[in-house]
Design a protein around this ligand. Sequence first.
Ligand SMILES: Nc1nc2c(ncn2[C@@H]2O[C@H](COP(=O)(O)OP(=O)(O)OP(=O)(O)O)[C@@H](O)[C@H]2O)c(=O)[nH]1
Ligand SMILES: [Zn+2]
Length: 292
Amino acid sequence: MVGQIIRIHGGFAFIRDPNTGKVWAALRRGKLAEEKILVGDLVEFSPLDEERGVLEKVLPRKTELYRPPVANVEQALLVFAFTEPDPNFKLLDRFLVLSQSAKIKPIICFNKLDLASPGLYQEERRAYEEAGFVFLTVSAKTGQGLEELKRHLSQRVTVLAGPSGVGKSSLLNAIQPGLKLQTAPVSRKTGRGRHTTRLVELLPLDIGGLVVDTPGFTSLDLPDIPPASLSAYFPEIARVGTGCRFSDCLHQAEPGCAVREAVAEGKIPRFRYQHYLVFLSEILERERRRFS
Ligand SMILES: Nc1nc2c(ncn2[C@@H]2O[C@H](COP(=O)(O)OP(=O)(O)OP(=O)(O)O)[C@@H](O)[C@H]2O)c(=O)[nH]1
Ligand SMILES: [Zn+2]
């Protein structure tokens, strides 16, 4: 049978049959004992009885997140609030790069719609939608927009990301009472806070689908992408960039840059372009340090 690991604990992999929701506790067969297994792995297993089974084979991973370590996450719900706290669009754009480069589909979700004055962030929303991103507006408090959010979460494996206080836990709870997000494990690299590494789990949704119980993208370091590839994660820049004079144009100060022209004409939102430049200089700086 094929199932998905939703939890690893005490030497057992807990494997869920996606069709029935039934979970087996499985030990690994001898040769698999050395191989890395991850929560989210799709595996072949043989049930021994109603509760136990043997893990036979790990199927190839479609995606792999490192913090928290989860395989086969399909989409990232990037949660921000209209207010309290105000949205940080640079952080949103960073999440968009992080998720797309991990081949995880981003879904932008603005919460606390009940606190928003009419038309708030309408322009930004249009910018993201025109770039091709899904942009949901919801309120965990009033329930506005939750049906559409459910449609997006149904039958998918989703990780939530977003700053503290935007309502990630409240949204999960509004969708399914009792669902709880764990607080993000403290970064070992920065050493802030306690050094705890929690076990990550996939939580089944009643509407079908699974959510990672720990917020994702807690490390904000941009991935190791070649500078020329950054624009691929800014679809509106990539589209226009095909018209630049130089095919390797990074859209900084090169002559004949169609992107800068489009920004000047208001065809590419200036804030998006500015964030692109910030991320580009981060990537270039890292390359410089590596080669010096
Ligand atoms: N007015 C309003 N308040 C909300 C809404 N959603 C959440 N809140 C409030 O916002 C605060 C933070 O909500 P949480 O769900 O704890 O936010 P979180 O993103 O999980 O925060 P962390 O656990 O710190 O990551 C709480 O006081 C919620 O009651 C909403 O849609 N409207
Ligand atoms: Zn250019």
